[in-house]
Design a protein around this ligand. Structure first.
Ligand code: ADE
Length: 232
């Protein structure tokens, strides 16, 4: 049975930023193959004055401009896909994005993503529309758009039909809370360095044992917190 086309619907002030990198490589191919599609909605189209105003000064004072809840509310409500979709707003105040969250989103019929801009978004919009606030890392971008591109890329690679081999999905970093083991390819001797002998042995159970060991050792050294946290 052919699975349904996953839709990413993005509310943004910069629709020209999309699909950008998503039209290349795996995501681009998957879009051509109708495994997923993208709809961008320009938030400015929902402004009511002739200047297309979407932001205003913060109550209480302070630097920067805040995105208005009335404009965002209209943009969201007129494009609200319904209960089954995941609803995300990208902000540096959100919960850190994890592979577990990406997997959850990819199991839905689609995702609606609101990209924040300027210094912030009126809190009433976020809470009234029950949006899941997500942050892609502890650093501040100039807006949610690059974060949306990253989030969509991570989702699309998990959709059925996007990746050639299911194994590569199971073995990669963060699945099973482990980083992926180190990899090697030709040439055999490069700058005097050779691949570990076990990988040339043809002994598949030994190779698997070595890979499991290396995945664990590298995770302990680089990201020990992955081993003690719940499944990410
Ligand atoms: N907008 C600005 N910075 C961000 C971040 N780190 N994650 C998600 N959205 C953002």
């Amino acid at each position: 049975m052919k699975s349904k086309c996953f839709e990413a619907r993005v509310l943004t002030l910069f629709p020209e930023m999309f699909p950008g990198p998503l039209s290349y490589s795996l995501a681009g191919k998957a879009m051509e193959n109708k495994i997923w599609n993208l709809n961008t909605i320009n938030i400015r189209d929902y402004a009511e004055d002739k200047h297309g105003t979407v932001d205003d000064e913060p109550y209480g004072g302070g630097a920067g401009m805040i995105m208005r809840p009335d404009v965002l509310g209209r943009a969201f409500d007129e494009n609200n896909p319904g209960r089954e979709w995941k609803k995300i707003i990208l902000t540096p105040r959100g919960k850190p994005l994890t592979q577990k969250k990406v997997r959850e989103i990819s199991s839905k019929p689609g995702v609606i993503i609101v990209c924040g801009r300027y210094e912030g978004i009126d809190e009433r919009f976020i809470s009234s529309r029950s949006l899941d606030e997500v942050c892609i890392g502890d650093y501040v971008l100039s807006g949610g758009e690059p974060a949306a591109l990253i989030l969509i890329d991570a989702i699309v690679r998990l959709l059925t039909g996007t990746m050639g081999s299911k194994e590569s999905l199971i073995e990669e970093s963060f699945e099973n809370n482990l980083l992926e083991y180190p990899q090697y390819t030709r040439p055999f001797d490069w700058e005097g360095m050779k691949p570990p002998e076990v990988l040339l042995s043809g002994n598949h159970s030994e190779i698997e044992k070595w890979r499991r060991y290396m995945a664990l050792e590298d995770t302990k050294k680089r990201r020990p917190e992955l081993l003690i946290s719940e499944k990410k």
